[in-house]
Design a protein around this ligand. Structure first.
Ligand code: NAD
Length: 339
């Protein structure tokens, strides 16, 4: 089944189970040309094993592109544990996962993802040294993700709107959780006007009060009139149906997999909406992890995050010179860095 899988182009796929703890897991190492594969460990009650396999194959490939576009010396990997994190996650299961990660001898470095926490990764780390994100004194990766989005947004505003700064521009943020709330605070400092929405309406109100923004109903945030739209909640929000409804000139946000597929980026181009590729905008989190693993100064981290603006310029130039969308441009630039 694996060899015929349409998403299979990987270096290694490791299946593991431990009847004692109930662990059933898959680790996928997509590409290590730039360095060891890195990516979180997701735990989810998948409807069947083939959805878990598809998920881990796609997510690990996405990590290869993200590490390459973020210019860090890592390749793409990901792990999935098949099971309900609320009822099936135990220290024994996490230890068994640590043993599985360890079998790869450092070819894959794990961290947290949906369904796992920093504490879980620390338990996995009791069995393997190949974990990231739990170093003492490490910063919060979400802060770096938010800062990376801000860097890209400033550059997108310069390229598309001819704006020297974000002051006075209206930014609409869908989702004010870890990334969105921090982004709102940074934007407020830059003098942007904020429109905020979250399914957790009290959270949206709290962030609005802190940043001087206004709240918008969740079913209006994607279509509200603004200069920049920042999806920071869910994937798949940019589709053939939603793009014509947008009322912005730039899309730049932290959410993963914002486009239903790459053809949507062509549609954005046709609508003259500047799209910052999502895995470039949100690469700050994985860049942060790199600096946690290598323990240099936070100044190096900031310089690296500031460099995302240069990569966005590169994507923009490539898109113009090759007459392609920003999504294709980012993929081509990333591929040239890891193939
Ligand atoms: P989070 O869960 O802390 O925040 C997401 C917020 O979105 C929550 O407050 C949730 O209530 C809200 N939300 C959910 N559905 C919504 C909807 N339909 N409308 C409005 N709000 C909605 O998650 P996060 O860590 O902030 O991550 C946000 C996105 O960024 C995710 O797609 C994640 O994969 C991606 N991302 C995060 C990081 C990171 O460092 N945290 C790094 C890279 C990518």
């Amino acid at each position: 089944m694996l060899f015929q899988h349409p998403d299979y182009e990987h270096e290694t796929v490791l299946f593991g189970q431990d009847p004692g703890s109930g662990l059933k897991a898959i680790i996928a190492v997509h590409n290590r040309r730039r360095g060891p594969a890195i990516g979180g460990c997701r735990m989810m009650a998948y409807p069947d094993e083939s959805s878990a396999l598809t998920d881990v194959l796609r997510l690990s490939k996405g990590m290869t592109y993200k590490c390459a576009i973020g210019d860090i010396p890592f390749g793409g990997g990901k792990a999935v544990i098949i099971g309900d994190p609320a009822s099936q996650k135990t220290p024994e299961l996490l230890h068994a996962m640590g043993d599985l990660v360890n079998q790869l001898g450092g070819r894959y470095i794990t961290s947290f993802d949906s369904g796992t926490t920093l504490e879980d990764v620390a338990i996995i780390g009791e069995r393997t040294a190949h974990v990231g994100g739990i170093q003492p004194g490490a910063g919060n990766a979400s802060a770096s993700t938010a800062y990376g989005v801000l860097v890209c947004m400033r550059e997108a505003a310069r390229l598309r709107l001819g704006a020297d700064s974000l002051a006075g521009l209206t930014v609409a943020i869908q989702g004010v959780g870890n990334v969105g709330s921090r982004l709102a605070e940074l934007l407020a400092k830059d003098g942007a006007k904020l429109k905020l929405a979250d399914v957790a309406s009290e959270l949206a109100q709290t962030v609005a009060a802190k940043t001087g923004g206004e709240t918008v109903p969740i079913d209006k945030i994607m279509t509200t009139s603004c200069d920049i739209l920042a999806p920071c909640a869910l994937g798949g929000v940019l589709s053939a149906a939603s793009v014509p409804e947008l009322s912005c000139r730039v899309v730049c946000g932290g959410a993963n997999n914002q486009l239903v597929d790459n053809s949507i980026a062509d549609q954005l181009l046709d609508e003259e909406i500047f799209y910052c590729p999502d895995y470039l905008a949100n690469a700050g989190g994985i860049i942060d992890l790199h600096y946690q693993l290598k323990e240099p100064s936070r100044d190096d981290l900031k310089n690296h995050l500031d460099g995302l603006a240069h990569t966005l310029q590169e994507c923009n130039s490539f898109s113009q010179s090759h007459n392609c969308s920003m999504a294709v441009a980012a993929d081509q630039i990333a591929e040239a860095r890891f193939r």
